[in-house]
Write a protein that binds this ligand. Sequence first.
Ligand SMILES: Nc1ncnc2c1ncn2[C@@H]1O[C@H](COP(=O)(O)OP(=O)(O)OP(=O)(O)O)[C@@H](O)[C@H]1O
Ligand SMILES: [Mg+2]
Length: 254
Amino acid sequence: MTAEKKPTEESKKYLEVRGLHVHYGNIHALHGVDLVVGRGEIVCVVGVNGAGKSTLMWAITGVLPVTDGAVLLNGTPFVHATRLHAARPHEIVNLGISLVPERRRLFTALTVKENLIMGSIRRTDREGVAADLERCFSLYPVLKERLAQRAGTLSGGEQQMLAISRALMSRPSILLLDEPSLGLAPLATESLFDTILKIREEGVTVLLVEQNAFQALDISDRGYVLQAGQIIESASSAELIENPMIQKAYLGIF
Ligand SMILES: Nc1ncnc2c1ncn2[C@@H]1O[C@H](COP(=O)(O)OP(=O)(O)OP(=O)(O)O)[C@@H](O)[C@H]1O
Ligand SMILES: [Mg+2]
């Protein structure tokens, strides 16, 4: 039997968001957000509509400029307020960070296969891409049956499977998921959260943003509560579930 490994300081801070500020013109959407994700963890950020969850995801992936603060991978900043030196979104994908955006944002006129290929577009390792396609099919067998179908004609649940698979096709070490359960029926939601656990078992680190706080906390190791652009609470997910303030505001328990 192998001894349980104690995480090092470095692995505790695989992805680090440090003092992040984002503005949309005069609107100050993120007010100095700090969070860390350790290698192999599932970390969730819960918050109501307009809390700044998607803004955080777009800032980490280099799509939105930040006005202050930084995002670091393994201690190296790749997002910061000095735009000139900040990584571009495609460079951030190359660093191993991939986002499943809110409402999927699939290429709806393209087929399932074409969407999957788009996810791997920056890769040159043909054998690796073929192996990752098989990995997606073992996760979601239905995608293999629907390869020639246009993405826009898939059901909501199937579209979410495709969005996750497209993100996995870039072979990320960190998968960012923005409200993946949005619009899914209860059974599809349950299977989605099971899949997230499977993806982590394969060695992928997960940062999950959800309004569906109970299920997100249920599968994650730690959680943060984002309110009006600020982190107001952070703890192990088990502690957050027991926290009366969280129960009242986010879990509908009175
Ligand atoms: N393009 C934009 N222009 C101006 N303000 C914006 C823009 N996008 C977002 N905002 C504002 O920034 C704040 C955070 O929005 P964001 O979309 O990040 O919230 P969210 O937590 O993802 O919400 P939801 O749960 O509804 O997806 C909100 O007040 C929103 O109105
Ligand atoms: Mg959002």
